[in-house]
Design a binder for this molecule. Structure first.
Ligand code: NAI
Length: 269
């Protein structure tokens, strides 16, 4: 499926680690839809992952950047603008990391230094990124910025741990900075709240397999896949969504609106 919806547009994609990554699928779709990209990831993830293959496949420039470093972000944006010879039309923030989750520390026994690190990587990095784009006036008018989030920001999912708080902060940044980016730059800022997805980050959540199945059964349309998330993001980068901003957009097969399903009641009775 390609409609060249993004023909002539230029953007930056964060977070493609390997073929399972949502950002990987999104970069492939962006390429099909006719846009040019700069791909970026943390230097350690570039060494461990396969992003160089993606850069070759999509004919993209690869610029390493730790999303917590303002210097790295400034450098990435400067290099991107000079590579494109123009300002930027779209940016995807597809970054998440919790050391507490990774090391199996429960929410009632958090290591707060790890918590701060995870907050910086997963949430503050979004503010740093937009601030750098804002100060450099690097976005084209009617550009679009998207970050990926999860419904544990708004409802309780015990195993999601401190990432739930990070996602709540991330969604708030989209609203707060979305105001200034809209008023002063004509740029929209949104978060997409995606179904559980079996990626490297997703599989780091304790009990993900059971939970994945629960969400699949609860969602009237079933879980949204990484490929479907890529399609939704393409739409958010296209000119068809120019007045959608400061929203948290659920892309979850209807999960977020379901109270209970008949199957669950039948199983309990
Ligand atoms: P992934 O593991 O493929 O992607 C996470 C990315 O974050 C990796 O590429 C990693 O290198 C990058 N990253 C970590 N620290 C970084 C740093 N300091 N600087 C720059 N990049 C850094 O997993 P996935 O699932 O594709 O995650 C993408 C986004 O989607 C994340 O925000 C995640 O929270 C979100 N999401 C994932 C869901 C899932 O079930 N997999 C559900 C809803 C949202």
């Amino acid at each position: 499926m390609s409609n060249k919806l993004l023909k002539g547009k230029k953007g930056i994609i964060f977070g493609a680690l390997d073929e399972k990554s949502i950002a990987w699928k999104t970069a492939e779709r962006i390429h099909e839809e006719g846009a040019e990209m700069v791909l970026t990831n943390a230097p350690v993830s570039i060494r461990m992952g396969q992003i160089e293959n993606l850069a070759l496949k999509t004919n993209s420039l690869l610029v390493p950047a730790d999303a917590t470093s303002l210097n790295d972000l400034d450098n990435l944006i400067e290099k991107s603008v000079s590579h494109f010879g123009s300002k930027i039309d779209f940016v995807l923030h597809s970054i998440g990391m919790s050391i507490n989750l990774r090391k199996g520390r429960s929410y009632t026994d958090l290591n707060h230094e790890w918590m701060k690190k995870g907050w910086d990587v997963s949430a503050v990095s979004f503010h740093k990124l937009i601030q750098s784009l804002y100060k450099k006036d690097a976005m084209n008018s009617w550009g679009s910025i998207v970050a990926l989030t999860y419904i544990a920001s708004q409802r309780t999912f015990p195993n999601y741990n401190d990432m739930a708080d990070n996602k709540a902060y991330l969604e708030s940044v989209a609203r707060s900075f979305g105001y200034f980016m809209g008023k002063e730059k004509n740029v929209r800022v949104n978060t997409i709240s995606q179904s559980p997805t079996l990626t490297t980050a997703g599989m780091g959540v304790k009990g993900i397999n059971g939970f994945f199945k629960y969400a699949e059964k609860t969602s009237p349309l079933g879980n949204a896949t990484a490929e479907e998330c890529a399609d939704y993001t393409i739409m958010m980068f296209s000119d068809y969504t120019r007045k959608v901003t400061m929203q948290n957009l659920f892309h979850d097969g209807g999960f977020s609106s379901v109270g209970v399903t008949q199957e669950i009641i039948d199983a309990i009775e």
